[in-house]
Design a protein around this ligand. Structure first.
Ligand code: CIZ
Length: 301
């Protein structure tokens, strides 16, 4: 593995590239990355960087978001088949039909959407800022929120706003069951339970906090607690343990493994740098519209 890492490091410099890894990536991929984070943190990092090539270790909508924010850079995915089933649960056409049925509604869409869906939104959101995005729409008579019905339910409860939801969900987060939390708490009674807002409402109800991966990292760093049960994709536990060696982290369920996130391997990172492939690009028209929805989100404090 060391040889592989050395080759990647060398080629990265020669190509003026940086490697970005989402918090759910395999440990060895996180370790070779220049930056780790959630999708928006990484896309903003890509935009700030002077690098010409961005190797985005994550899933397709994340690389698309990076390309939308950095059209002058070459954004590569080590495995172009790493998709997001949640993002693919709605198409631009589905959303246009929903908008026709609710013509006065403001349209909010999770970052986990294809660029063509983002182009149909008024405003984008992430799991870190979804509550604030909905709160910002004070004058909206009605609000459409797509595609994650569980994140939408969480936001609706937090904001007191009724939302028009779509029947989407993350197949990895729904694998975490309320029984898993009850069992983990029995084993680790002093641990704080942190659930991702893509979890079901029954799981979120048993958690001390419902936080995005970025907010979980910040919360754990500041917390006086020494043990944490983490109800999200297992990759985050590796990052938390590495960043906080004095604390202990337990995955709520060993089954919460996203097969798409795990498609990216060190070999594929190397090949992508060697062959400058596979580039992710968004057409200019879609990019312009999708960027408007992302910029509207970024304008919210
Ligand atoms: O925006 C992201 O990266 C996702 C999908 C989840 C999170 O909480 O980081």
């Amino acid at each position: 593995m060391q040889k592989l890492v050395e080759k990647i490091e060398k080629l990265k410099k020669e190509r003026n590239a940086i490697i970005l890894a989402h918090n759910y990536q395999l440990p060895e991929v996180q370790d070779v990355a220049d930056y780790r984070g959630d999708s928006l943190e990484l896309s903003r990092m890509a935009a700030k960087s002077d690098a010409k090539i961005i190797v985005f270790c994550g899933v397709h909508f994340m690389a698309e978001t990076a390309s939308i924010l950095s059209p002058d850079k070459t954004v590569l995915m080590p495995d172009k088949n790493a998709g997001c089933p949640l993002a693919n649960m709605i198409t631009a056409e589905d959303l246009r039909e929903l908008k026709e049925r609710h013509p006065k509604a403001a349209v909010v869409g999770y970052v986990n959407t294809p660029a063509a869906v983002k182009a149909e939104l008024d405003i984008c959101c992430t799991s870190s800022n979804a509550v604030n995005v909905v709160l910002s729409l004070k004058n909206a008579e009605e609000i459409i929120f797509v595609p994650d019905k569980y994140l939408g339910d969480f936001v609706s409860k937090k904001t007191g706003r009724r939302l028009v939801l779509w029947d989407g969900y993350c197949p990895t987060h729904v694998k975490i069951l309320p029984e898993d939390i009850i069992h983990s708490v029995r084993l680790h009674p002093h641990a704080k339970v942190i659930a991702h807002p893509e979890c079901t409402p029954e799981v979120i109800a048993l958690a001390d906090e419902a936080l995005s991966t970025g907010k979980t990292c910040a919360y754990v760093r500041k917390s006086d607690a020494k043990e944490f049960i983490i109800a999200t994709e297992v990759g985050l536990v590796y990052r938390l343990q590495k960043d906080n060696p004095g604390k202990k982290f337990y995955p709520a369920s060993e089954h919460a493994v996203c097969p798409n996130m795990k498609r990216t391997t060190l070999e594929k990172v190397l090949w992508s740098l060697e062959e400058i492939k596979d580039e992710v690009r968004v057409s200019d028209e879609i990019r312009r519209k999708a960027k408007k929805a992302i910029d509207a989100m970024l304008a919210i404090p």
